[in-house]
Design a protein around this ligand. Structure first.
Ligand SMILES: Nc1ncnc2c1ncn2[C@@H]1O[C@H](COP(=O)(O)OP(=O)(O)OP(=O)(O)O)[C@@H](O)[C@H]1O
Ligand code: SF4
Ligand SMILES: [Mg+2]
Length: 329
């Protein structure tokens, strides 16, 4: 029997109010992550990756609302906790790396103090120990001369360096779970590899789990045990990475995979899928991908495909997955 998940998100729905209309950003997302597991969430811009993760840890913009769902972390539903309780968990048990480091670093505080503060606030360490660990973390993040860089402010670093500082803050209290939204996008390939190796090491040593949002499909398949593909605020396909590489079947996943082959390993553009994703101002009446899908039938426009088992550790939300699989052979 598999152990209890560390984080289990069930049937999450999130919408935003705008002056004229509403945006249905997350439309029934469910997944779980276990100890020592890494999960990659991929999908093109606007598919709901960031909102899924950020809303489940209480970091939703003011115009956003969770309309249903649960997010159980170590026996507590994060969606029911008070802001203060969530702040306790974030930074201590759950480390968070945001997509844009400049908005989450304090511009008027020395970066060393910001890393130390994470440890002091959560009573992870006393001042001396926190200082030593800060220097160690800066060193591990590949920041040269950590003792003097400790005293610098965020604007004195490049974008890539700031990203590393964010990661150092997130890892400061040795969290059980790291939620990382595009954590290495701003970094060059060598540093990216160093940081991923460090994260792998932490996973091995402390059993840390990682949920990582990334546009880089190659990175997701190299680093993660499981892959989730999102589109239109829903999970389209979820599988172990091996299975995903061998037999991704959802028409959107197939398009994503093909685009990587066509544009090279970075996969920043989706060129093999016609049209582009729309902002959803209504809950989808059918498959959110139907407008762009070459396999669609009439049914796809008026019946929402639910995520269903398609094999061991493999789930898919497509009415015609069996036919698609037979074409793909
Ligand atoms: N504060 C907001 N107000 C209105 N709409 C929002 C807000 N935040 C996000 N959205 C919308 O919710 C949808 C999902 O956004 P989200 O940021 O989760 O996308 P994403 O998959 O993370 O994309 P990216 O890869 O560009 O980061 C998008 O349509 C986005 O425009
Ligand atoms: S449900 Fe229909 S439209 Fe959606 S991916 Fe499957 S075949 Fe395409
Ligand atoms: Mg995002």
């Amino acid at each position: 029997m598999q152990e209890q998940p560390l984080l289990s998100i069930d049937n999450l729905h999130v919408k935003f109010s705008r002056s004229e209309d509403e945006v249905f950003a997350v439309n029934g997302v469910s997944f779980a992550i276990h100890a020592n597991e890494s999960l990659g969430i991929v999908g093109e811009s606007g598919s709901g990756k960031s909102v899924t993760l950020m809303s489940s840890i209480g970091l939703l913009r003011e115009n956003g609302k969770i309309t249903s769902g649960t997010a159980n972390f170590l026996g507590k539903d994060l969606l029911k906790l008070r802001p203060r309780q969530l702040e306790d968990i974030r930074g201590r048990d759950i480390g968070v790396v945001f997509q844009d480091p400049m908005t989450s670093l304090n511009p008027v505080m020395r970066i060393g103090d910001q890393i130390m503060e994470a440890m002091l606030t959560h009573q992870y360490a006393g001042r001396r120990e926190a200082f030593e660990r800060t220097i160690q973390l800066l060193h591990e993040m590949g920041i040269p001369d950590p003792k003097s860089r400790f005293k610098n402010y965020p604007h004195e670093f490049s974008g890539g360096m700031r990203q590393r500082i964010m990661i150092a803050i997130a890892l400061a209290c040795e969290p059980q779970l790291l939620i990382a939204d595009e954590p290495t996008t701003a970094l060059d390939v060598t540093v990216q590899m160093q940081i991923l190796a460090l994260l792998q090491d932490l996973r091995r040593k402390h059993g840390m789990s990682v949920v990582m949002v990334t546009h880089d499909f190659g990175l997701a398949t190299n680093f993660c045990d499981k892959i989730i593909v999102m589109y239109g605020g829903k999970i389209m396909e979820m599988a172990t990475t091996d299975q995903f590489i061998r037999e991704a079947t959802h028409p959107y996943s197939i398009g994503l995979k093909r685009s990587i082959i066509e544009v090279g390993h970075k996969g920043k553009e989706i060129i093999s899928i016609p049209k582009s994703a729309k902002t959803l101002t209504e809950t989808p009446a059918g498959c959110p991908f139907a407008e762009r899908c070459t396999y669609k039938t009439e049914r796809c426009h008026h019946e929402v495909p639910e995520l269903r088992t398609f094999g061991i550790d493999h789930q898919i939300a497509c009415h015609h997955a069996e036919e698609v699989a037979s074409y793909a052979v």
